[in-house]
Design a binder for this molecule. Structure first.
Ligand code: ZN
Length: 496
């Protein structure tokens, strides 16, 4: 086009000396038209770069840009909302309609899937089932020219608004063909402000485009180099000291992308931990039911239940004498007998977690241990509407790895009734009666034996007769001067 202008201008100049005013006017008009054409040409080029800030070519895909919502976190799509309830489950789900049919169908399916997952896990037709709420929110972004990123935030709470799970699901779509390019699920740990990533089913870890934007602080397990590429032989960007904090912007199973002195670098995922402190404070909340801290008290604990035969008998005795105890129940039995667990709590007893399937935690892989944790916690949430405050490891076995994974105060015992061994009412009572002073003690029993239920019928009135207040483990700790316990610490008794 520029070549052509020059030729035309040269031709115009050549004509000027020979002709008069009419030609001058024609030439002036030509020059104006050419200038207008040039302006129009540059205007077109500029228009192709819209919206500003993106590198690469911009193509207008005619999508629903969000102009009403001033929030920058919803750049694309018209918000759609579904609100409903099914049995004990309420849900509010928001999702964007982008305006490209293929993408919108996929987004709708994902939104529906989040609702169905929620109902599959938490829905119960059981009259006494606790109430759960799901709130799905979204963010949407225009990525460099031809991609959009949709982030679903799936937040599940109980009826007193305690967050039970918070997850982010990121989906990246190509605008040119409507296909999904990548997806990722980030699980946001509501209690520890941590974020970790789980690959979605059938997902290869490497094909993911953009994971998650947010400031996640992690800590180096040992001194390690920050690399310029996801490769251990690439250049060093810096050194991370043991325990040093670093901002993580995204990550996969092998490498975390970190922000170091304003530059992006990479650290091996296995060398970063979310745990700043192994020991976290767990506040104890106890109801005022007239316990006198100056009088002796003892906590009786029953493990391995609930059992449909012996546990209700034990609860009958406890109720008859207005006593309480602590039940360290197994998640898989909680799932089977939720009404027994609800009765335990309803009569003032404390319910603690004793794992899902009673495996020796010291022997499990990280993944197996996480399964035990998640499955057991879910069982208690479904039965009671909340997680338990306390954990007792099966066989009392808890090495450092167990303590790192189970973020609970670990409750042991200092009086073993040996009921699991003797299975004999007289011998159980004889073993317990060896103790002269029970004040501050934690007594171990099991709620799965008829003989233990028999012994309980004698033991409870006997201890009350001797002047002991029967309390839960949390009450025992609280009235012996602990307003809080710490995670990854073991407690065998609470004597002051
Ligand atoms: Zn056990």
């Amino acid at each position: 086009m520029k070549m052509k202008q020059k030729e035309e201008l040269a031709y115009s100049r050549a004509l000027v000396p020979k002709h008069n005013t009419l030609y001058k006017i024609i030439i002036a008009i030509l020059v104006v038209v050419i200038i207008l054409l040039i302006c129009f040409y540059f205007a077109l080029i500029n228009n192709n770069e819209k919206p500003s800030g993106f590198s690469g070519e911009y193509i207008d895909y005619n999508i629903n840009l969000n102009t009403d919502d001033i929030s920058l976190e919803r750049e694309v799509g018209v918000t759609q909302m579904k609100i409903d309830y099914v049995d004990n489950c309420n849900y509010t789900i928001s999702y964007p309609e982008v305006g490209i049919e293929e993408i919108d169908n996929t987004i709708y399916e994902y939104a529906k899937q989040l609702k169905n997952n929620f109902l599959n896990i938490y829905k119960s037709e059981d009259e006494g089932a606790p109430i759960f709420n799901e709130h799905v929110d979204y963010k949407s972004y225009l990525e460099s020219g031809d991609k959009i990123r949709i982030v679903f935030i799936d937040n599940i709470t109980n009826d007193i608004d305690v967050c039970l799970s918070k997850k982010e699901y990121t989906h990246v779509f190509s605008l040119s063909n409507g296909e999904e390019i990548g997806s990722k699920r980030a699980v946001i740990d509501s209690t520890n402000d941590g974020v970790y990533f789980e690959p979605l089913e059938g997902e290869s870890n490497s094909n993911f485009v953009l994971l998650f934007s947010g400031d996640v602080i992690k800590y180096a397990i040992s001194a390690t180099n920050i690399r310029t590429e996801k490769n251990e032989s690439s250049d060093k960007l810096g050194l991370l000291e043991e325990g040093e904090a670093i901002e993580v912007v995204s990550g996969d199973l092998d490498w975390e992308t970190v922000l170091y002195d304003g530059n992006y670098g990479y650290v091996k995922t296995e060398l970063l931990t979310r745990k700043k402190n192994l020991h976290k404070i767990v506040e104890l909340e106890v109801l005022d039911r007239g316990i006198d801290p100056n009088k002796p008290m003892v906590a009786i604990t029953y493990d391995d239940g609930p059992n449909p035969n012996s546990t209700p008998r034990i609860l009958d005795t406890i109720e008859q004498y207005g006593a309480v105890a602590t039940f360290f129940d197994l998640g898989q039995l909680v799932n089977r007998y939720p009404e027994i667990v609800r009765r335990e709590e309803a009569i003032g007893c404390e319910v603690g977690n004793h794992s899902y399937s009673h495996k020796n935690m010291n022997t499990l892989s990280d993944e197996e241990m996480q399964d035990e944790i998640k499955n057991s916690e879910l069982a208690f949430i479904k039965a009671l509407g909340h997680k338990t405050v306390l954990f007792r490891a099966p066989y009392g076995n808890a090495n450092l790895k167990v303590k790192e994974n189970w973020e609970y105060p670990l409750i042991k015992w200092n009086v073993d009734s040996l009921d699991w061994k003797t299975r004999n009412k007289t011998k159980i009572l004889k073993e317990i009666r060896k103790i002269n002073n029970f004040d501050g003690h934690i007594v171990l029993l099991h709620s799965i034996y008829g003989t233990t239920a028999d012994a309980t019928e004698v033991l409870i009135p006997e201890l009350i007769e001797q002047g002991y207040q029967l309390v839960t483990v949390s009450e025992l700790a609280f009235y012996k001067g602990h307003t809080y316990l710490e995670t990854a610490k073991e407690y065998k008794s609470f004597m002051n």
